[in-house]
Design a protein around this ligand. Structure first.
Ligand code: PXG
Length: 287
């Protein structure tokens, strides 16, 4: 059976899963989304993802035409019909069909789309050997322009940086904010370990408040590893003992080279490996 996509609560085969070219999601990237992971048939931290989706929508004056309870039901139903136990779930809410003008008031019927699929993880060697990343010259969106806390359908800022990463032979790229401080990677948050202290940029650096980031901070606290949400510069990253990235898709992945500087020993560090282990245990537990 072909993959079924959920559009406004109706399941349709993948080949019939279509929306209008006049939807402002298509015309302007006007809408919001979430990327989530299912483990053992359940979405990891679904409530947090829904809270973030509703917050993103609120911030762009978009009313999601479904209750959270109904969204939970539809997500479960979509996973079940596709028989996906371990996989990826994408929630999308578009602004809906409108005129060719920008006016959001002239739109109607926001579309709620749920896509589930098997996950294409990074190759195993990335987790064992660690990633090489580079700093992109594309600056992360200014929070006063399009706040990175909003997970909007307009992801060109990140895509441009990711293209730069690919051009340099890397699968991820580090983005700096408008002040030149470390912000995040194109689809992942960044952490460093320096002298036993886990550090990550604060939300005020202009980043997405990652759900994996939050889970890793909790795990570190449980392990009695000191955690600081603190402004970081590239110098801090270059001179760190360890570095890793977090995201729903990547989970926790070590970084061993940044802009050709070897980080620490040049191998995934002990705190990184411990947190990866703890993260795997967490996602497979019921929390
Ligand atoms: N920063 C940015 C800019 C992101 O887009 C994260 C951090 C990590 O957040 P979570 O909540 O996932 O821990 C993200 C989210 C993909 C993909 O398929 C990944 C994201 C978004 C869209 C697609 O790789 N990462």
């Amino acid at each position: 059976m072909s993959l079924q996509v959920n559009i406004n609560g109706t399941l349709v085969p993948k080949s019939d899963a279509k929306i209008s070219v006049f939807d402002h999601g298509v015309l302007y990237g006007d809408g919001v989304f979430e990327g989530m992971r299912a483990y053992r048939g359940r979405v990891f931290r679904l409530e947090e993802h829904l809270r973030r989706l509703w917050a993103s929508a609120q911030s762009i004056c978009l009313t999601i035409p479904m209750t959270r309870e109904e969204m939970v039901r539809q997500v479960d139903r979509t996973l079940q019909v596709n028989q996906i136990d371990e996989g990826y779930v994408r929630l999308i809410v578009t602004r809906g069909i409108g005129t060719l003008g920008l006016d959001a008031h002239l739109t109607s019927d926001p579309q709620v789309i749920i896509i589930t699929d098997h996950i294409a993880l990074y190759p195993r060697e990335f987790y064992e050997q660690g990633l090489k990343i580079v700093t992109a010259s594309t600056v992360r969106n200014h929070p006063g322009a399009l706040n990175p806390r909003i997970k909007s359908l307009n992801y060109l800022n990140n895509i441009l940086a990711k293209i730069e990463g690919h051009q340099a032979g890397c699968v991820e790229a580090l983005m700096l904010n408008h002040l030149g401080e470390v912000a995040e990677c194109t689809g992942d948050n960044i952490f460093i370990v320096t002298e036993g202290v886990l550090r990550t940029p604060p939300i005020s650096a202009g980043i997405l408040e990652g759900i994996t980031r939050g889970a890793v901070i909790e795990l570190a606290q449980q392990e009695a590893i000191p955690v600081q949400e603190i402004t970081l510069t590239r110098h801090d990253v270059y001179t760190a003992d360890e570095c890793f990235l977090t995201g729903s898709a990547a989970e926790v992945v070590p970084v061993v080279t940044v802009d050709e500087r070897s980080i620490g020993t040049g191998r995934p560090g002990p705190i990184t490996r411990r947190l990866i282990e703890r993260f795997h245990a967490l996602v497979r537990s019921s929390e």
